[in-house]
Design a protein around this ligand. Structure first.
Ligand code: FES
Length: 394
């Protein structure tokens, strides 16, 4: 990102800090029905309309650096196989053999030339074409060209790999990201290097888990010994992106940002050293970009409305130059994992349990939580549901 943009963000943060305020929503506070997180019918609509055909950010380009590198993806209803082909492109397939539908790959790997189905050993090349039939002379004649893997729409750009989980879906990354595309391009995500991954299968709705990534109002009370000693509480910048404002960027200042206020900008060094960006990319991605690291969170609906899966992958923004940097990055991963596990997601599970009693009808998003108001409106709009938030009683 350009230095002038970073300076402008820092100046907004300093203004908020001096005024004791933050980015706000012009209509808040708004109360939101708890059925958002418990209603089975809404849950099914979300799975079908938001996760069934829309482009999904599956991984980073750097997760598949060379031809023959692949990974499977099982976090949506459609099991996927994503692979880099010999011409350098990334392709995606239904992870299912044309013979009798067995999975042809598991986990992740590198440098493969074919995928051999474990059931009867049919083999597929990197382009998903049937390359070999085990004991073909006894099987009988079939037209191999009719027996390839089912290809899924896939596009790679800005260091990101997107797949739509429906063969007949069409999408364009630039159209999906809108004006967020140049912003993400500026972070050079293709240089990111994977460090570590973790996951949670938690008794909380996927949107409830996402809520915790979208406001800084809770930093002081919930994270007194982890986040709050360095970061400001209840102070953030908020910017919307995308054709319908469906994506957003939050800027969370460190306390050190106010030290910049009285110094000439030429002496600021890297302004980004004084804040972190947390992007929400519709529908299910939280992407934290700090000066040295990237935290990539993918959230998916679970089996039931009150369950979800979070997959967390940590990256460095550049390849670590030595072992000490690798170790530092691993420790950073563990720090973030522990904060989410012991603090944010402990709360999410407790909240969902209370939601499930049915004894409370609303939660309320404050003026200081503009991202939550707009994000939940987007969820309903994209699921084809009418808006339901309303002014909080005064
Ligand atoms: Fe794959 Fe039979 S199911 S070879």
């Amino acid at each position: 990102m350009e230095r002038q943009e970073l300076i402008a963000v820092a100046r907004r943060m300093i203004e908020y800090a001096r005024a004791g305020t933050t980015a706000t929503h012009e209509e808040g506070p708004r109360r939101n029905p708890i059925s958002t997180y418990t209603d089975e019918a809404q849950f099914e609509l979300e799975k079908r309309r938001i996760f069934g055909r829309q482009p999904q950010l599956i991984c980073f380009s750097s997760d598949l650096p060379n031809p023959g590198d692949y990974r499977t993806h099982d976090d949506l209803d459609v099991p996927m196989l994503v692979v880099r082909t010999d011409d350098g492109r990334v392709k995606a397939f239904l992870n299912s053999c044309a013979h009798r539908a067995m999975r042809v790959a598991e986990g992740a790997g590198s440098g493969v030339r074919t995928f051999v189905c474990p059931y009867h050993a049919w083999a597929y090349d990197l382009n998903g074409r049937l390359a070999g039939i085990h004991k073909a002379s006894t099987f009988g004649a079939v037209d191999k060209s009719c027996y390839g893997l089912v290809e899924l729409p896939c596009e790679e750009k800005y260091g990101l790999v997107y797949v739509a989980p429906a063969p007949d879906a069409t999408f364009d990354i630039d159209e999906h990201l809108g004006d967020l595309a140049p912003e993400l391009a500026g972070w050079r995500l293709e240089r990111a290097r994977f460090i570590e991954t973790g996951e949670w299968r938690l008794a909380s709705n996927w949107k409830l888990a996402l809520d915790t990534f979208c406001e800084g109002y809770h930093f002081g009370p919930l994270h007194p010994e982890t986040i709050a000693p360095l970061a400001m509480t209840n102070t953030m910048t908020y910017d919307r992106y995308g054709r319908h404002g469906e994506h957003h960027r939050l800027g969370f200042p460190l306390k050190s940002v106010v030290d910049l206020a009285d110094r000439p900008e030429e002496e600021w060094g890297d302004p980004h050293a004084h804040f972190n960006f947390v992007y929400y990319i519709f529908p299910n991605i939280s992407l934290l970009v700090s000066p040295n690291e990237i935290e990539f969170f993918q959230l998916y609906p679970g089996e039931r409305v009150g369950e979800h899966l979070t997959r967390y992958s940590a990256y460095t923004r550049e390849a670590p130059e030595d072992d000490a940097r690798w170790q530092e990055a691993r420790e950073h991963f563990q720090f973030i994992y522990d904060v989410v596990d012991r603090e944010d997601y402990r709360v999410s599970a407790a909240v969902q349990r209370n939601f499930d009693t049915g004894l409370r009808r609303y939660t309320t998003f404050g003026r200081n939580e503009p991202s939550l108001i707009n994000m939940h409106r987007t969820f309903r709009k994209m699921a084809g549901l009418p808006l339901v938030d309303e002014p909080a009683p005064e």
